[in-house]
Write a protein that binds this ligand. Structure first.
Ligand code: S3P
Length: 446
C-alpha cells in the first residue's frame, strides 16, 4: 500500500523535538551485542524498518533479543564466532547497512546464510563487500552483477587481510572489520578518506583492540585485532543527525522558525551538512555538548534566515553522504548557485539520488545542472515554485526532502509514497506537524 503525502506552505516552525535513534549506531549495537559475551542493554534504538530487519536477522543467527520498552532492547550475545546457521532467509528489507555488515559477520561463520531485500536493495552493489570477504576465505553465490539475493558460506578459518578499499564506505570498512573479528591476527582496511567510524568506536567500547593510522593524502588505515572476547555493554543511542537534518533545514527555510533538536549525535565524520549550512550563512548553535558510549552528542538550535550558495568540496562527501538530498533543497532557497562535487556514491543509494533530486527539483521550478558526480543548484534566494508530485522511488530521504521543500515553496509539494519514511524516521509527519508544519495524507486532504 502506498501513502501519498502533501506538504504546504507553513508559517514559523517552532519547538523542541527529539528525533529517533541513529540508524548506523543502532545496527551496530545489535550486531556487536550479538557477537559479545553477556548482555548488551540498548536504549534509544531506532525502531525503524531497517533496524528491525537487522534485529530479526541477528535473532535468526542465534542471539536472544528482548524489547523491554520504547527503544529499549537487551541482546544476549553468543560471542565472536558463536552464531548459528539461520533456518530462514534473512530479509534485509531496504537496508544496505544491515545486509553489508551482516555479510561480514556471516563470512566468519562456517555455515551458509541467505540474504534478500526489497526492490531498491536488490539493485544495489554487493560486490564491494563480497570482493574483500572472498579474499578472506568466504564463498558467495549472488544474483547477476553482484546483486541480491546472496548466499554466503563462511568459514571459521578466515585469513586476516589488509584491504585497500577503492571507496570511502563505512559499510565496506565495517563488513571487513566485522569479518576480521573472526580471523586470527590483525585485519586492516585502508580507506581513501575517512568514513563514519561508529564501528571502530563501538568495537572499542565492547573491548576490541582497534588502531587507526592517518596516512598521506587523507587516507586512513583501521586495524582490528582478531578473535577478541567482546563483552556485553550498555549503549545509549543518540538521535540521528541524518534525521535531524529535516527539521533543522525546514527550520532554516520556513521564515520565522526557531527549532531545537535535542540529543543529536554530532560525530565529526557525520556533520558535514552542519558545516556546509554554516558556510551558507545558517545560524546553527550546538548546546550542551557531551559524550555517550564514546560518541559526541549535542542539542542543536536553528533560526530561519537567508542562505547563500557555496562550493561543497568533494572531500566533504563522506561526512554528509546521506544529506545531499536535503542540502539540495536548502540550496534551492539560497541566493546563488551551490556546487556539490564528489557525489558518485549517490547513484548507488536507496535510489539514484543525483538523478531523482535533479528531476524533482526541476519539477518544482528549480534550475539544476547534473553531471556524472556533481550537482549545481541555482537558488534564487526566494521561494521555489513547488507544485509537483515527486516519485519517492522507495527512498525515505527523497520523500522527506521534498516534503521539507513543500513547507516553504509557493505551491504544495506531494510525494507519491511516504511509506519508505518508516525505514529510518518513524513519526516524521507527526514530529514535523508538531513543530507547526502542514503535511497531510491523501485521505485527510480529501
Ligand atoms: C552507513 C554508511 C553510508 C550511509 C548509510 C549508512 C553506515 O553508506 O550512506 O546510510 O551505517 O555504515 P556507505 O558506507 O556505503 O557510504
Amino acid at each position: 500500500m502506498t501513502l501519498p503525502l502533501t506538504a504546504s506552505m507553513s508559517h514559523g516552525l517552532d519547538g523542541d523535538v527529539v528525533v529517533p535513534g541513529d540508524k548506523s549506531i543502532s545496527h551496530r549495537a545489535l550486531i556487536l551485542g550479538a557477537l559479545a559475551v553477556g548482555e548488551t542493554r540498548i536504549t534509544g534504538l531506532l525502531e525503524g524498518e531497517d533496524v528491525l530487519c537487522t534485529a530479526a536477522a541477528v535473532s535468526a543467527l542465534g542471539a536472544s533479543l528482548e524489547r523491554t520498552g520504547d527503544g529499549a532492547w537487551t541482546v544476549a550475545g553468543r560471542g565472536v564466532g558463536g552464531l548459528r546457521e539461520p533456518d530462514v532467509l534473512l530479509d534485509m528489507g531496504n537496508s544496505g547497512t544491515g545486509v553489508r555488515l551482516l555479510l561480514g559477520v556471516a563470512a566468519s561463520h562456517p555455515f551458509t546464510s541467505f540474504f534478500a531485500g526489497d526492490a531498491s536493495l536488490g539493485k544495489r552493489p554487493m560486490e564491494r563487500v563480497m570482493a574483500p570477504l572472498r579474499t578472506m576465505g568466504a564463498h558467495f553465490v549472488s544474483g547477476s552483477g553482484g546483486r541480491l539475493p546472496v548466499a554466503v558460506t563462511g568459514s571459521d578459518r578466515l585469513v586476516p587481510i589488509e584491504y585497500e578499499s577503492p571507496v570511502a564506505s563505512a559499510q565496506v570498512k565495517s563488513a571487513v572489520l566485522l569479518a576480521g573479528l573472526g580471523a586470527p591476527g590483525r585485519t586492516t582496511v585502508v580507506e581513501p578518506c575517512p568514513s563514519r567510524d561508529h564501528t571502530e568506536l563501538m568495537l572499542r567500547h565492547f573491548g576490541a583492540e582497534v588502531t587507526v593510522a592517518d596516512l598521506p593524502d587523507e587516507a586512513r588505515a583501521v586495524t582490528v585485532g582478531g578473535q577478541p572476547e567482546l563483552e556485553g555493554r550498555d549503549i545509549a543511542v543518540p538521535g540521528d543527525i541524518s534525521s535531524a537534518a529535516f527539521p533543522l533545514v525546514a527550520g532554516l527555510i520556513v521564515p520565522g522558525s526557531s527549532v531545537m533538536v535535542r540529543n543529536v549525535g554530532v560525530n565529526p565524520l557525520r556533520t558535514g551538512l552542519l558545516k556546509t549550512l554554516a558556510e551558507m550563512g545558517a545560524e546553527i548553535n550546538f548546546e550542551n555538548r557531551r559524550q555517550q558510549a564514546g560518541e559526541p552528542v549535542a542539542d542543536l538550535v536553528v533560526e530561519a534566515g537567508p542562505l547563500r550558495g557555496v562550493e561543497v568540496p568533494p572531500e566533504r562527501a563522506p561526512s554528509m553522504i546521506d544529506e545531499y538530498p536535503i542540502l539540495a533543497v536548502a540550496s534551492a532557497f539560497a541566493a546563488g548557485p551551490t556546487h556539490m562535487q564528489g557525489l558518485r556514491e549517490l547513484r548507488v543509494k536507496e535510489s539514484d539520488r543525483l538523478a531523482v533530486m535533479t528531476r524533482g527539483l526541476k519539477a518544482c521550478g528549480v534550475d539544476v545542472e547534473e553531471g556524472e558526480d556533481w550537482l549545481v543548484v541555482h537558488g534564487t534566494g526566494g521561494r521555489p515554485k513547488g507544485g509537483a508530485t515527486i516519485a519517492s522511488e522507495l527512498d525515505h530521504r527523497i520523500a522527506m526532502s521534498f516534503l521539507s521543500l513543500g513547507l516553504a515553496s509557493e505551491q504544495p509539494v506531494s510525494v507519491d509514497d511516504g511509506t519508505p519514511i518508516e525505514t529510518s524516521f518513524p513519526g516524521f509527519v507527526d514530529l514535523m506537524n508538531g513543530l507547526g508544519a502542514c503535511i497531510i495524507g491523501e485521505d485527510e486532504g480529501a
